[in-house]
Design a protein around this ligand. Structure first.
Ligand SMILES: CC(=O)SCCNC(=O)CCNC(=O)[C@H](O)C(C)(C)COP(=O)(O)OP(=O)(O)OC[C@H]1O[C@@H](n2cnc3c(N)ncnc32)[C@H](O)[C@@H]1OP(=O)(O)O
Ligand SMILES: CC(C)C(=O)C(=O)O
Ligand SMILES: [Mg+2]
Length: 519
């Protein structure tokens, strides 16, 4: 038999405390509905006393979102508790959550009251909240920096006053797992009436230990874990919901006694929704839901994953409703991955053709961060067009600027012969085209010129497509490169080569007197 761990989602309360993450009523409602689909146990949706807009947002959620317990936060102040109740009273299952600092630091500097007075304030707040609802959660803010004896006294007293959930937050993300586990264990053993309440944990990520601390607490008796989608929250954030629930499933060999009721395949959608509405981006390397979490980029990993996913993947993306493993092609990719991607795109190359293609791939990949499918397509198009290359580009240098005469040096290779020419022009591209004309001995007219970014980003591959006219022939040429001048020259050469091969194919080569004065 497994024990249920309740998932208390605070994305709409502590998560919204992330600087810049403000959500309006509609946005909060939309996220709350998605959290209900995710099947969390509790949705903490705000701090009603803080503003009229916040009050209305909490009220809308309480009225419209069915399934989870709906709660909202209040200080140990009657006005705050009244506001929470007014906002959540229409919920199917309302819970009032009230909190008060218990550490010496918070009591002395922030609350400026003595521990006994604060204990009584806490008890009074719970009693007051109980007038409204049976389900009252009490949090000992900054528990991990609080005196254990004092906490035990507070917990016993607020449970006697009717608290049904006791939350022990690591408010400033100060705890380390062993210590946090020991604190929970001590409280479980020392508070005589602790069995009358559910013990909850709420961990912040200031030292990057929020998830580890939460999982450790489960082992010592915590049965409610407070966490936020994408780990957003005050300062460095809170424990990430997706990491906790996925961790419990993936390591069920270790956490065999526990389960949650979260609908894992809703995680990806929820995560994207929260990111889009809060405007807080998901780091690419974020565990479970970052775009790199299921991407493989280095050749050895890609080869392993193509042979068997388990070599480098412990989470199946489908489990969280995400996209299946992706190969990210970079200069660190190997032949297996590139060949596989080409095959998926419908290109099957002979070994020697592939070897040449792979060289071109590496040349491009060295210039770019990532090679996309569109890049591969463009490289393939280049190769198909160059099926019978006549002139190939060996070297290109251009000069341009507001006070210089645009000039180009072009070195082409044909068979084993090298041709070098320089020329100037209206711009660097025109200069390079003129130099090429000098080498080939023909002067096609440039009819159209188009440049487009094939991929995204500043290092995007540019594709130039041109149309050249020579005598009665209109020829299209294409070239790609991260350098648009080089792409332009490749496009021109591509057109010129096609022109020449057409002449030769028709038996009209210069040797046969077609009129092309080709060298
Ligand atoms: C760890 C956490 O995440 S706690 C939750 C944090 N969330 C929020 O703060 C929600 C947004 N906050 C707000 O809208 C406002 O701060 C309000 C409405 C709550 C209060 O606003 P103000 O009345 O202007 O007070 P202000 O925020 O400046 O100061 C907080 C006051 O509450 C007191 N206080 C803090 N926590 C508690 C508590 N749990 N119980 C009782 N009083 C408390 C402080 O000591 C301070 O009191 P003082 O004015 O006597 O010095
Ligand atoms: C209000 C409490 C639960 C809190 O957010 C914290 O202590 O971090
Ligand atoms: Mg918090």
């Amino acid at each position: 038999m497994t024990e249920k761990i309740m998932i208390f989602d605070s994305t709409l309360r502590d998560g919204e405390q992330t600087p810049g993450a403000r959500l309006n009523r509609k946005e909060k409602l939309k996220i709350a509905k998605q959290l209900a689909k995710l099947n969390v146990d509790v949705i903490e949706c705000g701090f009603p006393v803080s503003s009229p807009g916040e009050f209305k947002a909490v009220q809308s959620i309480a009225q419209q979102v069915k399934g989870p317990i709906i709660t909202a936060l209040a200080r140990t102040i009657q006005g705050d508790i009244d506001a929470v109740w007014e906002a959540i009273k229409d919920a199917e299952r309302p819970r009032i959550h009230t909190f008060l600092g218990s550490s010496d630091i918070h009591m002395k500097y922030k609350l400026q009251k003595d521990p006994q007075t604060l204990l009584e304030m806490g008890v009074e707040a719970v009693r007051y909240a109980k007038r409204y609802t049976a389900d009252v959660q009490y949090s000992l803010e900054d528990a991990t920096r609080s005196d254990l004896d004092y906490m035990c006294r507070v917990i016993e007293a607020v449970i006697n006053a009717g608290a049904t959930v006791i939350n022990l937050p690591d408010t400033v993300g100060y705890a380390v797992p062993e210590e946090y586990g020991a604190m929970i264990s001590n409280i479980m053993n020392r508070v005589p009436n602790i069995d009358k309440a559910i013990v909850s944990v709420h961990c912040h990520n200031d030292l990057g230990l929020a998830v580890a601390n939460s999982l450790e607490a489960i082992k010592y008796g915590a049965r409610q874990v407070e966490c936020n989608i994408n780990g957003i929250g005050e300062r460095a954030g809170n424990a990430a919901l997706e990491e906790i629930v996925t961790g419990l499933v993936i390591r069920k060999d270790y956490f065999q006694d526990y389960r949650t009721d979260v609908q894992l395949d809703e995680i990806y959608k929820t995560s994207r929704l929260v990111s889009n509405l809060t405007g807080i981006p998901i780091p690419v390397n974020k565990a479970v839901i970052g775009i790199n979490a299921f991407a493989h980029s280095s050749g050895i990993h890609q080869d392993g994953v193509l042979k068997n996913l388990s070599t480098y993947e412990i989470i199946n993306a489908e489990l969280i409703g995400g996209k299946a493993a992706q190969m990210v092609l970079t200069a660190r990719s190997g032949r297996h991955a590139v060949k596989n991607e080409l095959q998926e795109m419908g290109f099957v190359l002979e070994e020697t053709e592939f070897a040449q293609f792979f060289e071109a791939f590496l040349e491009l990949a060295d210039k770019k961060k990532e090679v996309f499918r569109e890049d591969l397509e463009a490289l393939m198009a280049d190769r198909l067009a160059y099926a019978a290359p006549t002139y190939s580009l060996e070297y290109l240098q251009t000069v341009s600027g507001s006070r210089s005469i645009p000039a180009a040096v072009v070195k082409l290779k044909k068979d084993d012969e090298i041709f070098v020419e320089t020329d100037c022009g209206a711009g660097p591209i025109d200069a390079a085209y003129n130099a090429i004309d000098k080498i080939t001995g023909i002067e096609p007219r440039l009819e159209t010129y188009n440049l487009r970014g094939v991929t995204e980003g500043r290092d995007a591959l540019g594709e130039v497509s041109i149309m050249i006219q020579y005598q009665d022939k209109n020829i299209v040429g294409r070239g790609t490169s991260t350098d648009i001048i080089e792409a332009s020259v490749r496009a021109y050469l591509n057109g010129v080569n096609k022109l020449l091969s057409i002449c030769h194919m028709n038996g009209n080569g210069h040797t046969n007197g077609c009129g092309c004065d080709v060298k």
